[in-house]
Design a protein around this ligand. Structure first.
Ligand code: FRU
Length: 521
């Protein structure tokens, strides 16, 4: 949980989004001693090259994920004055494929009702709010106001919900004059509205967290909201405060069945420490969410996938998720200077059922395949074999281990003898990412304290498929197209240049190593 009280008082400053780049002096012709300045945007050390990062300064949660008129909008928690958390704005970026992004001016600034915390965005196509016209319906953002003065004064009603609208595709925004649309009767943690259109009841539904549970509201017009039910006081994991809920229907793969999924981020209390995202699979009748689920389920077992939510405005069979690739344990301490934090790759969510239960898979969108190139296929890779590369930190690896899965490790190393290990341990039936010796880890105690493990979905795994996406300072490890996932930040002293495979007699067949195109050119 962030200590909001320890923040500096805020000054409303307008910021020009001058994109910060590294300038590299290149000698054009050594005889003439002539030099030319080449703009190398976003080449700072550790800057991801195919994941979204803000142009500069601090970013946390993705907000207002909305697809409209061929454009994917990504808003995000943003503090334009510093590389640590501060008074929150909504930053904005747009994309045609959710991989390459264009940075846009800041969308929402704090005002007298407070800072702009997390929330969602919808297209009010029928102009139910009356904030636009039938010909030009409004894009509406629904967010939490966080009033610092109230928090400092020790009151408990400093988080309320507000809305703002845009009539020009998200370029400029007007706050609704009747804000807040939901006041607060004394709930300290009362935030992160996720709104969706519920076709069956012809109403807007809002999922909002209140400390240890989710409250559901409905509304005919996005302005007046009625509390209709609550969920979760006695369900799921409760090691920390509930944040950033999301509710959506999803078809169960291979079955004629639709279930409702409720995502709830929680900090602290995640399986490998700090912040993490749990989910519930159940039903939603327009009013109440119900589930038979007995124990918590986690979307991602790495330490660095938090506050993730899904896109509004996509067809029902496309449920796309983006998470914040960090953890409140150390988000402020990671060794970057110009900007801080990245988003996960956009991931397709699918719901599957085995003989025991439902589970949610999350795996990068096919769009990333368009960015993969120079693929080298190794038909087999046996125990103790190594590969070398100029940098494994800009690569994706896709491989299969035929037969029954047994212990294996991929060990990425560099000249500094940093080591990042990824693999499977049969005795515990767990996958792991071990970043304990991966380079810079000492900036915060929990970062390199333990290896991160994730239970396999099945007792025995056969012909298992894996994908690893590494991008300068992150690794995303996927088993069987997202059945088990670990996302972790890494800060090696220099890029990893060797990879050694060790196993209990097993062979990889095949292994594909691809480069991934940089998105900022
Ligand atoms: C989650 C969170 C949200 C809050 C936002 C503030 O990371 O704590 O609950 O709205 O960040 O920046």
């Amino acid at each position: 949980m962030i200590n909001y009280t320890s923040m500096k008082p805020y000054l409303l400053l307008f910021m020009s989004l001058a994109l910060l780049g590294c300038k590299q002096e290149v000698s054009k012709n050594s005889d003439e001693q002539e030099t030319e300045v080449v703009e190398e945007r976003f080449r700072e050390s550790y800057r991801p090259q195919y994941h979204f990062t803000p142009p500069e300064k601090w970013m946390n949660d993705p907000n207002g994920l909305l697809y409209h008129n061929g454009t994917y909008h990504l808003f995000y928690q943003y503090y334009p004055e510093d590389i640590v958390w501060g008074p929150m704005h909504w930053g904005h970026a747009t994309s045609a494929d959710m991989i390459s992004w264009e940075h846009k001016p800041i969308a929402l600034y704090p005002d007298e009702l407070g800072l702009i915390f997390s929330g969602s965005a919808v297209m009010d196509t029928k102009n139910t709010s009356g904030l636009g016209t039938p010909e030009n319906p409004p894009m509406v953002a629904i967010f939490t106001y966080h009033l610092m003065a109230g928090e400092k004064a020790g009151s408990k009603d400093f988080q309320t919900q507000g809305i703002a609208y845009s009539l020009d595709e998200g370029d400029t925004w007007t706050k609704y004059e009747g804000n807040p649309v939901i006041g607060n009767e004394g709930i300290k943690d009362f935030r992160d509205p996720k709104v969706l259109w519920h076709e069956a009841s012809q109403k807007w539904i809002m999922a909002l967290v209140a400390g240890d549970h989710v409250k559901f509201y409905n509304s005919p017009n996005l302005k007046e909201w009625n509390l209709v039910s609550e969920f979760g006081k006695n369900q799921g994991a409760h090691g920390g405060v509930w944040e950033c809920p999301d509710l959506f229907p999803l078809l169960v793969a291979g079955r004629d069945e639709t279930k409702w999924v409720l995502l709830v981020s929680m900090n602290p209390g995640a399986p490998n420490g700090g912040s993490g995202t749990q989910y519930f699979v159940g039903n939603f009748d327009g009013t109440q969410f119900t589930t038979n689920q007995k124990s918590p389920k986690w979307l991602d077992y790495g330490m660095d996938n938090y506050a993730g939510v899904t896109y509004n405005g996509l067809p029902d069979d496309q449920r796309t998720f983006i998470g914040w690739m960090s953890n409140w344990n150390y988000a402020r301490d990671t060794p970057t200077e110009v900007w801080r934090s990245a988003m996960t790759l956009p991931r397709k969510l699918t719901l599957a059922k085995n003989n025991k239960d439902y589970y949610l898979k999350n795996y990068p969108l096919k769009a990333i395949d368009e960015y993969s190139y120079a693929t080298v296929t190794h038909d087999t890779m046996k125990h103790n074999m190594s590969l070398s590369s100029a940098s494994f930190n800009k690569m994706r690896l896709d491989f299969e281990i035929p037969g029954k899965l047994d212990d294996f490790t991929l060990n990425f190393t560099n000249v500094e003898k940093n080591s990042l290990k990824v693999g499977y341990k049969k005795a515990d039936n767990t996958f792991f990412v071990d970043r304990r010796k991966s380079g810079k880890v000492a900036f915060e105690p929990s970062f390199g304290a333990a290896m991160h493990t994730a239970p396999a979905i099945e007792k025995t795994l056969t012909n298992t498929k894996f994908s690893i996406f590494m991008d300068e300072s992150s690794i995303e490890f996927f088993v069987n197209q997202g059945e088990t996932v670990l996302t972790d930040q890494i800060f090696p002293d220099t890029p990893f240049t060797a990879m050694t495979f060790t196993s209990n007699g097993q062979t990889i067949a095949p292994l594909k190593v691809s480069k991934v195109k940089r998105i900022w050119d």
